[in-house]
Design a protein around this ligand. Structure first.
Ligand code: 9MR
Length: 372
């Protein structure tokens, strides 16, 4: 008798829901169907004006094939009160040959931002990647001089526009301790290059927020290594004032508790927290499927994830200075080529990491982070 009652209840609920949907003249939502998109009503940075700066990384034709951001996103750019060059300010782009500077792509971003009342977060001065080899060749003194000149020239040029720089990027290895195969580390024979980078940057602009930026900062072992590096090298004495948490995350990673612990740790050390490269990989963590459709089910999961992350950000707005998305809309994301933990040049597998879709319309995720 009990069994019969139990099996009747779900059946009854199913019949009831079909009845209700047919009465109101629509069909029940299809989890695999195409999600609805809409024209965004509120500007993201206005919604967050009491919390933190809202930024986005933009491409400025720095590699020829990349579109001009201002031509591509005229309707979405007003959502951000800060811009970051996705590549245009990196060493290999801005100083490909010694003493030969290519400022045009970066200038375009800085000019646009100034005309539209937006700030700029600079990315990145000293990095093992996207840095021409000449910069780290020669004696330690040569390399030190190269770094000094680079930092001085680039920072001075954009001094009035850039409120925060990623001075050193990704100097800690995933295996623990320093990234010893970084050409900077090799040329210096140790991690002192990190101290020099902050010293030089502080000399140019003591007012600028100088940041150490990295990925996987939320992982307990890596945040411990970063904390240790900051203390050992006394980076705060040399100008460090913020931690950049890159935030290349997915639907499961990181756990909110770990994120909270990470924010608390660096805040307690007296550092500003910058969320610098936010995107949510929709497939990593769920078996990295090749069948990559953005359907209703995924739209809801992404929206749930954005909602919980931004709720946590808002709770920590006294500690967080800026939140920058690593792109604007789903039609341009590095994640289309980064899967299975590797860069797959030319082999695109679509991802949908943002709150704006490929047609620049708002997704459910946008609604969840703007209505609270
Ligand atoms: O988004 C950037 C992509 O266009 C470049 O090809 C790539 C090359 O390394 O760098 C990407 O940006 C990276 C950022 O500068 C540092 N953190 C990781 C980002 C994603 O790889």
């Amino acid at each position: 008798m009990k069994l019969i009652t139990l099996s009747i209840i779900p059946m009854f609920l199913l019949v009831l829901s079909i009845l209700i949907f047919s009465l109101v003249g629509c069909s029940p939502p299809d989890p695999s169907g195409t999600p609805k998109s809409f024209t965004p009503k509120k500007l993201l940075h206005e919604v967050y004006s009491d919390h933190f700066i809202i930024g986005a990384a933009v491409a400025s034709s720095e590699y020829g094939s990349m579109d001009y951001f201002d031509k591509k996103y005229p309707n979405l750019l007003p959502h951000y009160n800060s811009l970051t060059a996705e590549n245009a300010m990196k060493p290999e782009v801005i100083q490909p040959l010694k003493g030969s500077f290519n400022f045009a792509p970066a200038d375009r971003i800085v000019k646009y931002a100034a005309a539209n009342d937006q700030k700029i977060r600079g990315h990145a001065l000293v990095w093992h990647n996207q840095t021409s080899s000449w910069m780290t060749e020669g004696t330690k003194e040569d390399v030190r001089e190269n770094m000094k000149n680079h930092i001085e020239t680039v920072m001075n040029r954009y001094k009035d526009s850039i409120y925060s720089w990623d001075v050193v990027n990704e100097a800690v290895s995933d295996q623990g301790s320093y990234r010893a195969d970084s050409p900077w580390y090799v040329a210096y024979g140790g991690p002192e290059y990190i101290i020099d980078a902050f010293k030089f940057a502080k000399e140019v602009d003591p007012e600028c927020k100088l940041v150490y930026n990295d990925y996987s900062v939320v992982r307990p072992s890596k945040r411990y290594d970063i904390m240790t590096m900051i203390k050992k090298l006394e980076l705060q004495k040399h100008g460090l004032s913020g931690i950049g948490i890159q935030a290349h995350w997915n639907l499961y990673y990181p756990e909110l508790e770990e994120l909270q612990r990470t924010i608390d740790l660096f805040h307690q050390m007296g550092l500003e927290v910058h969320i610098t490269e936010l995107d949510i990989d929709c497939f990593d963590g769920i078996g990295n499927t090749e069948n990559r459709k953005f359907d209703n089910d995924l739209a809801k999961r992404l929206a749930d994830r954005y909602e919980e992350i931004f709720e946590l950000f808002r709770k920590n707005s006294d500690k967080i200075s800026s939140v920058t998305f690593w792109g604007i809309a789903d039609d341009h994301t590095w994640l289309d080529y980064f899967y299975n933990s590797t860069w797959n040049a030319g082999k695109k597998l679509k991802n949908y990491p943002f709150v704006f879709d490929e047609d620049h319309r708002a997704k459910e995720a946008y609604k969840r982070i703007t209505e609270f």
